[in-house]
Write a protein of this length. Structure first.
Length: 87
């Protein structure tokens, strides 16, 4: 069974994420559950996580390399690295 890992790689801007997310945190998406994550970040990650969970790829990524996605906060932006893992 596959799962998608969303790992925070960077928090851009001056200050902290309003939801308290920090670099190094990891969140797991599976076919059965979504992680407890800020609703704005979750909204930004649901579609790409679904693509990866269902075996899809992104044309700009070579092979299975991770892709970067960000929450929509223009002041304090949290950047996530998404990749698929087989359990």
């Amino acid at each position: 069974m596959a799962r998608v890992i969303a790992e925070i790689t960077e928090v851009r801007g001056s200050g902290q994420c309003s939801a308290g997310h920090r670099v190094g945190e990891r969140f797991v998406f599976t076919q059965e559950k979504t992680p407890a994550l800020c609703p704005w970040a979750l909204g930004a990650l649901l579609a790409p996580a679904a693509v990866l969970l269902n075996g899809g790829r992104f044309y700009w990524a070579e092979g299975d390399e991770p892709t970067l996605w960000a929450c929509p906060d223009p002041d304090i932006t949290v950047v996530f690295r998404l990749y698929r893992e087989e359990e």
